[in-house]
Design a protein around this ligand. Structure first.
Ligand code: AP5
Ligand code: MG
Length: 214
């Protein structure tokens, strides 16, 4: 099964993708995570995208489509893929169709997480994650059980994304409205689009997604 999780920054795409990885053995392909990995590794690509990401702007379609194309050749995608943060433009949506076709795969569902934009700023500015195992947390909605210690791996090192400031979040929301929301009708017309209330608590959102996939 191959699905897309669509929604504005902070909608819960990464949170829900992580659940699907654990419960269904699917592979999460997050272009945001891939680009952050390039930056962390100090590659030429990482340097190229740094300014755009810090400003909350989209990197070029060619770059992200190449990353997704490479990932789809790997065997760990065999059980199915969750596209998280890709596609984000009409050109990317069309490229994904071509890529899937060339790998003999189909797109089964596009799930839009619908959210209240005001809540997103709170969600994103409270987000942090474990440096070691990447588990995501939130200051108020999902704090570590023991303050300062990762629930999963016990590490005491946490990090926050440099683009998670209020000003950059507002820019990312504007970019979503201008470039990404317009691709929803592309999937709706093909009968692939389903909507889930992303404002419900995380467990409910997971249940709603599971119902759509069973
Ligand atoms: P990317 O990393 O994709 O960021 P994003 O789309 O802005 O989305 P986020 O990761 O911020 O939000 P999310 O929906 O994953 O929410 P999360 O689950 O973490 O992209 C970053 C940048 O990379 C872009 O700005 C761009 O520069 C570049 N880029 C990436 N892909 C690109 C592409 N295809 N084309 C061009 N450029 C690209 O949840 C947020 C917080 O809320 C967490 O703390 C979580 O614990 C909490 N939370 C989650 N669900 C709930 C809930 N139901 N109730 C309460 N709290 C919740
Ligand atoms: Mg994410």
């Amino acid at each position: 099964m191959n699905i897309i999780l669509l929604g504005p920054p902070g909608a819960g795409k990464g949170t829900q993708a992580a659940e699907l990885v654990i419960k269904r053995g699917m592979k999460q392909l997050s272009t945001g995570d891939m680009l952050r990995a390039e930056r962390a590794a100090g590659t030429a690509l990482g340097h190229e995208v740094e300014g755009l990401m810090k400003a909350g702007l989209l990197v070029s379609d060619n770059i992200v489509t190449r990353l997704i194309g490479e990932a789809l050749t790997k065997p760990d995608t065999a059980k199915g893929v969750i596209f998280d943060g890709y596609p984000r433009t009409e050109a990317q949506a069309k490229s994904l169709d071509t890529l899937l076709q060339s790998h003999g795969r189909t797109l089964d569902k596009v799930i839009e997480l619908t959210v209240d934009e005001d809540a997103l700023v709170d969600r994103i500015t409270g987000r942090y994650s474990c440096v070691k195992c990447k588990t995501g947390y939130h200051d108020r909605h999902k704090p570590a059980k023991i303050a300062g210690v990762c629930d999963v791996c016990g590490s005491t090192e946490f990090t926050r994304r440099p683009d998670d400031t209020e000003a950059v979040v507002r820019e990312r929301l504007a970019v979503y409205r201008a470039n990404t929301a317009p691709i929803l009708p592309y999937y709706e017309a093909r009968g692939l689009l389903a909507r889930v209330d992303g404002m419900a608590d995380m467990g409910h959102v997971s249940e709603d997604i599971a119902r759509l996939l069973d």
